[in-house]
Design a binder for this molecule. Structure first.
Ligand code: NAP
Length: 480
């Protein structure tokens, strides 16, 4: 049982303003594994005031970018020494299989820090451009100001680091709000920041509940909100930021399609979908849970996917052989079960899985990996984000029909095409409306590739040079 009695506020550990606490519950045992001080609005006020002061008066935004890059690289180096600890914290608090926690939850954020520092190194912080009237214009990148960074529970460290790193490199000051369900890795990150050369006031990390998130987003001291979460919450955040004319970027939900062309190999596709559709026990914004297959070959692909799902080991997320762990919360388990029931009620054919508890697991928020066939695009399981280990197979007639089906949801985050012919794959990839796309691969997060969605999947891009740019404003200076 862990206890954290202090808050990480303005770069130091301080006493909270109230005795409110948060509890972290193991998704596997359903026992309380940690108790933490919870921030109150007064603590948000203190954190924003510290960030405001550090931005308006402090050295951080005015440092030479090379100096900020050096400090971020040093943080990345320290972070890398804690991979195993981070992986175990993430698995303990949200149930991701430990092998996935190591490769994605723990290692990727460190890669992200280094890769974004590389991009900052080549960013044109100041450049002279020829002006229209013959005189040069000085174009400068300046930090947007005080950032509120709000992260969800499904990829807690990656989402926090994916916002914090470019914001720091840009020269912003930051108040991070992790989800209250997954605060433990954020505490470790806070400890590393405390030991770093990042000046006082620049970073606060306050894992608070939804009210605290809303309070932070609406705070007058904030210049930009960087939000990752559900589309429903994103709409609320956007409305608050719109009213205040506050910059906002939104990384929201998805319902991505894997389009299987008629020349694809069923076993290869099934192995790919295990990652693309079921990574993190299906709790991934980029999860490709709609598998679009050519109607005349549908039975072969359904058989291969069924064999893949049947072979998945479900259980204790700390077991090295586990491929699907419990869902992160009881609420998430109920939600996913509800979707499985709705698929049955709407006439989809349950091939494997179901809404009952997996055999032999008496505690934990488990759901059986589930595959539906005979799914129509109008069904809820085909339109709405389930966020659990549930795959749907949807047959298509021809390529135009596949594109229409892939684009038939309100989302546009990710997707993939599976084919023996890369040119055919590229032609299809160009046609689908989404922010990212893969050819013959599950989604692979490349920190140099801009990431984000179209339609209801969000506004703006993270990672890549576009991600750094989203924490910068552009100033032009012309001289007479
Ligand atoms: P969520 O309920 O929207 O919450 C996300 C974060 O925002 C949490 O910290 C949450 O705090 C906070 N929050 C919720 N409503 C808020 C509001 N009105 N104002 C300010 N903060 C608010 O989403 P989730 O269930 O944690 O995460 C799953 C969702 O995130 C999925 O839809 C998934 O697709 C999406 N996601 C998107 C990406 C992407 O990059 N596009 C990446 C990962 C996840 P509480 O936890 O206290 O509610």
């Amino acid at each position: 049982m862990r206890e954290h009695r202090q808050l990480f506020l303005g770069g130091a550990w301080v006493a909270p303003s109230t005795d409110r606490t948060l509890e972290v519950i193991s998704p596997h045992t359903e026992e309380t594994i940690a108790r933490l001080a919870a921030p109150a609005p007064a603590d948000i006020d203190r954190a924003v005031a510290a960030a405001r002061h550090a931005f308006d008066a402090g050295p951080w935004p005015r440092l030479d970018p090379a100096e900020r890059i050096r400090i971020v690289r040093d943080l990345a180096r320290r972070y890398t020494e804690h991979h195993e600890e981070i992986a175990r914290l993430v698995t303990a608090q949200m149930g991701a299989p430990i092998t996935f926690s190591r490769s994605a939850h723990a290692q990727l954020p460190g890669v992200m820090m280094r890769a974004l520092a590389d991009l900052a190194e080549v960013h044109p912080w100041e450049e002279f451009r020829p002006g229209y009237y013959g005189r040069d214009i000085l174009v400068r990148s300046e930090p947007v100001g005080v950032v509120a960074a709000i992260a969800p529970w499904n990829m807690p460290m990656l989402m926090a680091v994916g916002k914090l790193t470019p914001a720091l490199l840009a020269g912003c000051t930051v108040v991070v709000k992790p989800s209250p369900e997954t605060p433990l890795d954020a505490y470790l990150l806070a400890g590393l920041i405390e030991q770093s050369e990042i000046p006082a006031g620049v970073v606060s990390i306050l894992p608070g509940d939804r009210d605290i998130g809303e309070y932070l987003v609406a705070h007058d001291g904030i210049d930009k909100v960087s939000f990752t979460g559900s589309t429903a919450a994103g709409r609320r955040v956007a409305a608050v930021c719109g009213a205040a004319l506050r910059r906002v970027s939104l990384e929201l939900g998805g319902k991505s399609a894997a389009v299987v062309l008629d020349d694809a190999d069923p076993e290869t596709v099934a192995a790919g979908i295990q990652v693309a559709g079921l990574m993190n026990s299906g709790q991934a914004c980029v999860a490709q849970t709609r598998v679009l297959v050519p109607r005349h070959r549908a039975p072969e692909f359904v058989d291969a996917l069924t064999a893949m799902v049947a072979g998945l080991r479900v259980g204790d997320p700390f077991d090295e052989d586990t491929r699907v762990g419990p869902l992160a919360s009881a609420r998430q388990q109920q939600r996913v079960r509800g979707y499985i029931e709705s698929g049955l009620a709407e006439g989809a054919r349950l091939v494997i899985g179901g809404s009952d508890r997996p055999m032999g697991l008496d505690t934990g928020w488990y759901v059986r990996p589930t595959l539906f066939d005979g799914v129509g695009p109008e069904m809820r399981v085909a339109r709405e984000e389930i966020f659990g280990p549930v795959l749907t197979v949807i047959p298509y007639r021809d390529i135009d029909d596949a594109v229409r089906l892939a684009d038939s949801t309100e989302y546009g985050l990710s997707g993939s095409v599976w084919t023996a012919d890369i040119d055919r794959g590229l032609t299809l990839a160009r046609r689908i409306r989404s922010g990212t796309f893969g050819i013959n691969q599950a989604y692979r997060m490349d920190p140099h590739a801009p990431f984000g969605g179209v339609k209801a999947s969000g506004i703006g891009r993270e990672f890549g040079r576009e991600g750094l740019q989203s924490f910068l404003d552009t100033k032009s200076i012309s001289v007479l």
